[in-house]
Design a protein around this ligand. Structure first.
Ligand code: SF4
Ligand code: SF4
Length: 361
């Protein structure tokens, strides 16, 4: 029995320039903190099982000896239990591409619009090799980060390899501007979930937030993605409250109308992370009240709601400890928790976002 973390034992995160255990660590709440790096200067190199687990030992052995790697300090993923010595991977994150066909005002990558690229290494050879070597477990979770997955060159192959053929659980944030038939198949035939940040219910506001005039296109894609009951259930529609832009209940009502029209039950409500940072997490009561009103309205209409936040993952964060806005939100808002199995769904491309769980009332 010792303290460690499932991801350091069994996880991989593919960045554009390195291979790491996870992408939970490089959150901007701790300046300069990097994730546990397994392979610096990584460009898709294939390696043997022995080499991979030898590299992972750099961190797992620290935990095993009662310590904690500095990269993992304060991480909420650490837990104490009997850790198996079995060598396998069942938690993969892919975030080595960054191109997107939208330009959301809140995107963590929107300062590098011109340099966002899909011109990155191919990931299929290494994943196929890991599969052939028996490294990847059948029940593996695949989390997508980076840019817009549907325009990434290996999107279909990855879905085919993980979702459609192997029934791994795949979590895909997508803006739904481009419809992907393979993504629909993965949702409909396998265990793939998508999260779409719509943040509004009208074309005009969509254009203001996403900075592309693609509202009608997104509606068409969503209608196709929501074609069956199974695929409807695999969709989460998200509303990020963006101060001064969509922070009103009327826009949210339009958003609910769309969700109802699509038959999508699962909603996510959040607050723009830039605003939280700008105000040093002193979220104005107005937004907390607004989130509360939105949530009540959604629950009344039999939607299922969740709340995301990336603050809680970092125990160093004063906000996670003191009487902060999240706690104010907990006290105030009851969000119904719809899938106890899905504990670490990625919030839209932002590293380290953690879903906050709410018990049944
Ligand atoms: S930073 Fe957290 S999630 Fe990542 S390997 Fe360390 S303990 Fe695990
Ligand atoms: S938030 Fe997502 S959809 Fe929006 S610009 Fe960023 S990567 Fe693209």
């Amino acid at each position: 029995m010792y303290k460690s973390c499932h991801i350091v034992q069994h996880g991989l995160c593919f960045f554009d320039i390195m291979l790491a255990s996870c992408c939970f660590s490089p959150v901007d709440q701790i300046e300069g903190q990097v994730p546990p790096v397994l392979y610096p200067d990584y460009k898709g190199q294939v390696m043997s099982k022995e080499e991979l687990f030898e590299r992972m030992k750099k961190y797992t052995s620290v935990f095993k000896n009662g310590g904690c790697p500095k990269e993992c300090e304060t991480c909420y993923h650490i837990e104490e239990k009997d850790w198996s010595e079995e060598q396998y991977i069942d938690y993969i994150t892919i975030t080595h591409f960054s191109k997107c066909n939208a330009d959301c005002i809140y995107c963590s990558n929107n300062t590098m619009v011109d340099s966002r690229t899909n011109d990155t290494y191919e990931i299929m050879p290494v994943l196929k090799s890991f599969k052939e070597q028996g490294i990847i477990k059948k029940s593996c979770e695949l989390h997508i980060g980076g840019g817009e997955f549907t325009i990434y060159k290996e999107c279909d192959e990855l879905l085919e390899l993980f979702a459609v053929s192997d029934f791994a659980r795949v979590f895909v944030p997508t803006n739904a501007i481009k419809y992907s038939d393979m993504l629909f198949r993965a949702m409909n035939e396998a265990t793939t979930y998508i999260i779409v940040s719509l943040d509004c219910g009208s074309r005009k506001l969509y254009k203001k937030i996403k900075r592309v005039d693609a509202f009608n296109q997104v509606m068409k894609s969503l209608e196709k993605y929501a074609a069956t009951q199974k695929s409807k259930d695999a969709i989460r529609l998200k509303y990020v409250i963006i101060p001064t832009i969509n922070d009103n209940i009327n826009e949210f009502k339009k958003f609910l109308k769309i969700a109802k029209h699509l038959g999508v039950k699962n909603l996510v409500i959040d607050i723009d992370a830039r605003y939280s940072r700008m105000t040093n997490f002193n979220i104005d009561e107005y937004f907390i009240d607004l989130a509360d009103r939105m949530n009540k309205l959604a629950l009344k209409q039999k939607f299922i709601t969740e709340f995301f936040s990336f603050l809680l993952q970092n125990k160093n964060n004063k906000e996670a400890n003191g009487m902060n806005w999240l706690k104010r939100i907990y006290k105030k808002i009851y969000f119904r928790y719809f899938d106890k199995e899905i504990c670490d769904l990625y919030m839209h491309h932002c590293y380290g976002m953690n879903r906050t769980l709410y018990g049944e009332e």
